[in-house]
Design a protein around this ligand. Structure first.
Ligand code: PAF
Length: 283
């Protein structure tokens, strides 16, 4: 069932809650792919009812980012959601009010701690995670899910949302879901749609760098500087590296010596397309 209005979701959720049913939420910005499908299937398996939200959230895009050209494919998204109970696709006006004035002065924001947002993607995307936490909080209030499913592809987002849920005592269990990759190793992402065939080949370096670091670590190399240096053999002038960082999986603290709790994070640009990926060094 495709629903556009908050009020209609609330009405349905009320009936489900009354019947004692467990609700799963899969928040998305649409342009759904097999990665999203794996979250949806997990929710359907674990919960009595599943809601997928499809909303390109304007307040998590920074100036100069791809808000206007972000892929919007609602008809196809709905088809992929054949096994879900509600696809919730509100307009920006529905979510933020008529004329939605989105500056910090006119909207109550949920602002996660600077310690978690001043690094990795947050460094170049200032305010991005405020927008993410604000919309996810709104979705939690609208859908009141028992479980919410997030992909590990956006690992910093996952850590920040877990922190928000803990700090604000939100009664929802966050379920992390593993990254889904093409056979080539490329992590699935809605932004892969922007890549030409040549750029898609170039994009393979993200997973190649990460897999190689993991295999060096498995062979006993733990010095982060030495592990980082292995990346350079893969990078070409067509890759603009934003970061390659080794951080703790729980609290994103920087590591100088890698261990099983370490996650390696990479972001780079190919042309105008910014891609991210990550891998755990533990098993
Ligand atoms: O990961 C995403 O697609 C978005 O950041 C989310 C969680 C749906 C919030 O808009």
């Amino acid at each position: 069932m495709l629903i556009h209005k908050i009020e209609d979701v609330r009405e349905q959720v009320k009936a489900w809650k009354k019947a004692g049913l467990k609700i799963g939420l899969v928040p998305t910005m649409g342009a759904l792919h097999a990665g999203h499908k794996s979250l949806i299937d997990k929710s359907v398996e674990k919960c009595d009812k599943t809601v997928v939200s499809v909303f390109v959230n304007p307040i998590q895009f920074c100036a100069g980012e791809d808000l206007d050209k972000y892929p919007r494919t609602l008809d196809e998204d709905v088809k992929l959601c054949e096994n879900v109970d509600i696809v919730f696709a509100p307009t920006p006006n529905e979510m933020y009010g008529e004329g939605h004035i989105l500056s910090n002065d006119f909207l109550t924001y949920v602002v996660p701690p600077y310690f978690y947002t001043d690094k990795l993607c947050g460094k170049s995307r200032v305010g991005h995670f405020d927008g993410v936490c604000t919309v996810v909080n709104k979705l939690f209030n609208i859908v009141q899910p028992d479980f919410a499913f997030f992909g590990e592809k956006d690992f910093q987002q996952l850590v920040i949302i877990k922190k928000m849920v803990k700090d604000l005592n939100i009664p929802v269990e966050i379920v992390p879901c593993p990254i889904v990759r093409e056979d080539s190793g490329l992590a699935l992402s809605s932004r892969n749609k922007y890549l030409t065939d040549e750029q898609k080949d170039l994009a393979l370096v993200l997973s190649k760098i990460l897999f190689n670091i993991k295999s060096c670590y498995d062979r006993g190399i733990v010095d982060v500087k030495a592990l980082s240096e292995t990346a350079f053999e893969y990078l070409t002038p067509k890759h603009s590296l934003e970061y390659l960082e080794f951080r703790d999986s729980e609290n994103l603290e920087e590591k100088t010596v890698a261990d099983d709790d370490t996650r390696v994070f990479i972001a780079l640009k190919i042309g105008n397309v910014r891609l991210i990926d990550n891998i755990s060094l533990g098993t």
